[in-house]
Design a protein around this ligand. Structure first.
Ligand code: SAH
Length: 283
């Protein structure tokens, strides 16, 4: 009787062990998939003043499985304080790339989100940190994504925001909503990880219909559009007002893909050609 019970228990335990092994394997597979997605996400820090915050941001990233750190004109980098605050995430710091402009830092990214505590005068698409995590992870399955953080003193400038597809806010205490820079990176990194784990828990999301064009191609388009608008007399370079900012907002909302951008560039080229012809005196 007891032999039978023992055999039964052994059988149950073996089954449980097999199940646990399978569960661990599934978990590992899921984590690897999540890491793969997260590797397409860059954390970009603009004009960071305190090197300690760069180190703490690197640590925040590594704990959540992010590794791509990009720094735009940091005041001090590399720096002993950054290394000290990074603790076990020294490799993230060592691999950090330094850029002289925002545009260069996000040139290869198809989705660029500005992380900002302040609401702006011009309405830009906005997400809270959770929604931004999901949106970013979704895009990061097929393209590069940048989350851009401002400096400790002034945050993101309006020119920086012009280059973003949308803004992300951490819905903090409205009476004191300004988190420390590295703390803000930690919150977003956590949301990204949760979104990636959530996504890889089920079947991978279906292929999106199109992959948005990258920031460099978008910038070329905006410059072409600006020149043509000046050319046809719609934009007065002496008094541009908010025209290009509003136009950027419109196209950033649409997330055009490369083919759509080519059509728009083609339209502009046709307008340019017509203009040149009309300026050639008839003989
Ligand atoms: N004094 C700055 C705040 C700087 S905090 C200002 O007025 O904008 C440094 C960076 O941390 C910000 O640029 C932003 O990227 C991030 N941050 C801090 N608090 C945030 C919040 N509540 N929501 C989103 N980002 C935040």
């Amino acid at each position: 009787m007891s032999g039978c019970a023992d055999a039964n228990r052994a059988c149950i335990l073996a089954g449980a062990e097999r199940k646990t092994t399978r569960t661990f394997a599934a978990q590992r597979g899921r984590q690897n998939l999540a890491l793969e997605i997260l590797s397409n996400i860059r954390i970009v820090l603009i004009h960071t003043t305190h090197p300690g915050n760069i180190g703490a941001a690197a640590r925040a990233m590594k704990t959540m499985g992010l590794a791509q750190l990009r720094l735009v004109t940091p005041k001090y980098f590399p720096h002993a304080e950054a290394t000290a605050r990074a603790a076990g995430a020294a490799n993230v710091l060592d691999n950090a790339q330094v850029y002289t402009t925002f545009a260069q830092a996000v040139a290869d990214c198809s989705l660029v989100l500005g992380v900002s505590a302040r609401s702006r005068t011009i309405a830009w698409p906005q997400w809270d940190a959770r929604a931004a995590g999901r949106h970013s992870v979704n895009a990061a399955q097929h393209a590069q994504v940048a989350l851009v953080f401002g400096s400790e003193r002034v945050g993101l400038s309006n020119d920086d925001i012009d280059r973003c597809h949308g803004l992300v806010q951490i819905p903090a205490n409205p009476e004191y909503a300004s988190l420390n820079l590295a703390a803000a990176v930690q919150v977003l990194a956590y949301e990204l990880r949760m979104a990636a784990l959530e996504m890889t828990d089920v079947e991978k999301a279906a292929e999106p219909e199109s992959i948005p064009a990258n920031a460099q191609d978008l910038e070329r388009f905006y410059e072409h559009l600006r020149q043509t608008l000046v050319y046809v007399g719609f934009l007065d370079p002496e008094n541009p007002r908010q025209l290009m900012r509003r136009v950027r907002r419109l196209f950033n909302r649409a997330l055009p893909d490369t083919m759509e951008l080519n059509i728009l560039r083609g339209i502009l080229a046709a307008v340019d050609a017509k203009n040149v012809k009309s300026r050639i005196p008839h003989t």
